[in-house]
Design a protein around this ligand. Structure first.
Ligand SMILES: Cc1cc2nc3c(=O)[nH]c(=O)nc-3n(C[C@H](O)[C@H](O)[C@H](O)COP(=O)(O)OP(=O)(O)OC[C@H]3O[C@@H](n4cnc5c(N)ncnc54)[C@H](O)[C@@H]3O)c2cc1C
Length: 736
């Protein structure tokens, strides 16, 4: 019986190798002496283990020889290294280290000198520029120590393949798990060496928290707790942090003079005094070498179409780009009406600011004012309300505009209750919740008919594309989804659209407006053209119109006008303003500055800016094109321009001014219908009339255009999935 591998009685025979036939001897050779007997017994035990492992699924002994097995192990190892490296990209390392630093390194907080505010009580923690260890270093550190012995043992008993698999698995599991902790530990050690080369190159000053003693006690406690909890890594990190604080203090004493000189050179003497006297004591100095290496800083105010587009296009290796915005994401506004009724989910139409590669810093705050003399922006954190300052070399203002209620009584007061705006992502969520609340309230059997009528009457104010898209989406939602889930309420539902002008869609060609009006009337949407809303009575829930009529209203969406943000209106004293208090800019997007107070370092674009000679509508494509044009100019400018040369040198002497190129306008108005207006396509003042389209084809063009315009693959995948889901399975009607 040549194929028998294992006999249950007596010692196991040797396993046959590939390409080799093995006849099993009927009886094993008898040992000649005691040592031979022991050796034979060991061999037998090895064989038993091998055969047992060979019988287990998943640990099968290679049938195609070692080459195959080793090859697999190599592939797994390579894959593991790729996974580990991907898990430790600079962005991730930065994110995790910032989070850890802010929690653990309170005793010594690293602050960029240009960020320090006169009033901040909350200095911004920043990572040292010392490089974090690579994953391969970590593998090299950790792998041999923990796994060498077991792997060697397996190797000794000839289980080479399993040993290699163990190493590969270890690479994946252990390295990912240990990466974050180990990188912090090594980074702490590097930073704790104040005389070190890397420390001296860090392009920022580290400032000591005046409450150091208190914080040290706190850290002692934390360290103790960490030890008590067996968290030795944490204890190590805390010890590293304390060493860092002590080292930094030493350097501060020695370099006090140089620090003052250097900071004064940078125009920060006031800040130094304030920091010394009040809050923060600088303890480490930026060396002149690191200053020379520093990149010009561009601060962007706003993360909307203008701000985010500029951030995406600007060369972040050449400039230190920082963003101040109360929204930590970019919102794809053209798809906002779709998210109101659940055709799309909120998360699919936004992009987080922090995921932009090589972003210098992001502050979730509102800009309050700009000081052109010190080149500082005063900001207010949206969580703590603390004020702080950020210094800039160049400032790009893309603060957009906010909804204008024209002081209509009852509108601003009832915002978030019965009245809603449609500008930000949270507005869409509020509207969706209110719609569903109205339906649930109306569905309660105790609600009388009049109240049901009121609750299910939705009023949209404004006849622009946003309002028309919202009305179309609402109509689809009611027809396709509400009919299914609230069949008894259908007769109570009504939608009103109020527009002060005599026609809808003032910015579109009249033929498009006519088509939309006709379609809305056919779908029982009540149009109030030439009437304006004069007030909302919260007691009765009635929307009052200028023609004297009133609409009992369950929900009112106000999408009827724009005004400038408080920052633009009140925070920019030295800046010339145009109609609607928009910032006046020249043809190179520089703010109009006859006295040259801003040294040509202040740019504005998007909804907050206007060029008086060639005014443009507040549109996403305008803001996007301006941002791209400006970023290109900066990218082509000579390096170091911000620190040494006047900003005028951003532009080449013969550079062309910004010129808007209109791509036409699009909208959808429900029922898989859309309209495309190509009547004014091309360069400003040289537009061509390519006609207008409407119908399903326009709808498909609208969807395709906005899908292609997405910045991330996440949204390029999510958006069609949600479209498909809402078409096939309906919209989500949960309220949360
Ligand atoms: C629902 C809706 C649909 C739209 N659809 C279209 C469309 O289909 N096509 C089109 O061309 N246009 C459309 N628009 C208009 C378009 O969104 C705007 O023209 C465009 O967003 C303007 O870009 P922006 O960068 O100037 O301002 P925004 O995109 O509004 O961005 C302003 C940013 O500044 C931030 N900000 C505000 N105040 C401060 C402050 N004090 N400090 C710091 N940051 C601040 C805001 O949080 C925001 O991030 C739509 C607008 C809306 C509301």
């Amino acid at each position: 019986m040549t194929d028998v591998l294992f006999s249950s009685q007596g010692p196991e025979p040797e396993l046959p190798r590939q390409g080799m036939t093995s006849r099993v001897p009927a009886t094993p050779p008898r040992p000649r002496n005691a040592s031979q007997h022991i050796a034979t017994q060991r061999n037998t035990a090895r064989l038993r283990l091998r055969v047992r492992l060979a019988r287990r699924p998943g640990l099968a002994w290679p049938r195609h020889g070692h080459g195959h097995d080793h090859g697999m192990a190599m592939i797994v190892s390579m894959a593991s290294i790729i996974v580990v490296r991907a898990a430790s990209t600079p962005e991730r390392r930065r994110g995790s280290s910032n989070a850890m630093c802010s929690r653990r390194l309170r005793a010594c907080t690293a602050i960029d000198p240009r960020d320090v505010s006169s009033g901040t009580s909350n200095p911004r923690p920043r990572r040292s520029d010392g490089e974090s260890p690579t994953s391969l270093q970590l593998l090299a550190l950790s792998a041999p120590v923990l796994f060498a012995l077991p792997c060697f043992a397996l190797h000794c008993i000839a289980l080479h393949g399993i040993a290699l698999h163990c190493i590969a698995l270890h690479c994946i599991v252990y390295s990912i798990a240990s990466h974050r902790i180990a990188s912090h530990r090594i980074a702490s050690h590097r930073r704790a060496d104040p005389a070190g080369e890397e420390a001296s190159q860090a392009p920022f000053v580290e400032l000591q928290n005046p409450n150091e003693d208190q914080d040290q006690d706190q850290d002692h406690n934390q360290e103790g707790q960490a030890r008590a909890g067996g968290d030795k890594n944490m204890a190590g990190i805390l010890a590293g942090a304390k060493a860092l604080a002590r080292g930094a203090l030493r350097v501060a004493r020695g370099d006090e003079e140089a620090r003052r000189a250097s900071m004064a050179r940078r125009g920060l003497s006031a800040m130094v005094n304030q920091a010394d006297n009040k809050l923060l004591k600088p303890v480490r100095l930026v060396s002149s070498r690191s200053l020379a290496k520093a990149r010009p800083r561009i601060v962007i105010v706003g993360s909307g179409w203008g701000g985010y587009s500029f951030l995406s296009y600007i060369d972040k290796k050449k400039y230190d780009v920082q963003v101040i915005s109360p929204s930590n994401h970019f919102l794809f506004t053209p798809l906002l009406p779709s998210s109101v009724v659940g055709t799309l989910e909120f998360r699919a139409i936004q992009e987080p600011v922090r995921t932009v590669r090589n972003l210098g810093a992001y502050y979730q705050a509102k800009a309050l004012s700009v000081d052109e003399n010190t080149r500082q922006i005063t900001c207010k954190g949206i969580f703590s309300g603390d004020e702080f300052r950020v210094e800039y070399d160049f400032l790009v203002c893309a603060a957009g505009a906010k909804t204008n209620t024209f002081n209509t009584p009852g509108i601003a007061d009832r915002e978030g209750k019965e009245v809603f705006f449609l500008k930000h992502l949270h507005h869409a969520r509020q509207i969706r919740n209110r719609i569903l609340e109205c339906f649930e309230r109306a569905a309660i059997h105790l609600t009388d008919d009049a109240e049901r009528d009121r609750l299910l009457t939705f009023v949209v104010v404004g006849g622009g594309p946003t309002s028309c898209e919202l009305v179309g989406e609402l109509r689809d939602f009611i027809r396709n989804d509400v009919a299914k889930w609230y069949p008894d309420l259908q007769d109570y539902i009504s939608i009103h659209l109020v527009e002060a002008q005599s026609r809808l869609l003032g910015s579109f060609d009249e033929s498009v407006a006519k088509i939309v009006e006709r379609r809305f009337r056919r779908r029982n949407i009540q149009l109030h053209l030439g009437a304006s809303v004069t007030g909302f009575d919260p007691e009765t829930g009635i929307t009052k119109l200028s023609d004297g009529s009133g609409i009992p209203t369950g929900m009112l969406v106000w999408s009827a006008g724009l005004e400038q943000t408080r920052f633009v209106q009140d925070g920019l004293d030295g800046v010339e303003k145009g109609p609607g208090k928009r910032i006046i800019i020249d043809d190179h997007l520089r703010v109009s500055d006859p006295d040259n107070k801003f040294d040509n370092r202040f740019f504005a674009l998007g909804d907050c800016a206007i060029n008086m000679e060639t005014p443009l509508a507040p549109l996403a494509q305008v803001a996007g094109q301006q941002a791209k044009w400006l970023a290109k100019a900066f990218n082509e400018a000579p390096t170091g321009v911000g620190l040494v040369a006047p900003a005028a040198q951003v532009f080449k002497p013969d550079s062309d001014p910004f010129a808007f190129f209109s791509l036409g306008s699009m909208l959808t108005f429900g029922g898989f219908q859309g309209a495309v207006d190509f009547t004014q396509v091309g360069k400003q003042n040289e537009e061509s009339n390519l006609g207008a389209l409407s119908g399903f084809l326009s709808f498909a063009m609208w969807r395709s255009a906005y899908l292609l315009r997405q910045n991330s693959w996440t949204n390029r995948i999510l958006i069609p999935m949600y479209w498909f889901k809402s078409f096939l399975l309906g919209r989500d009607i949960s309220r949360f």
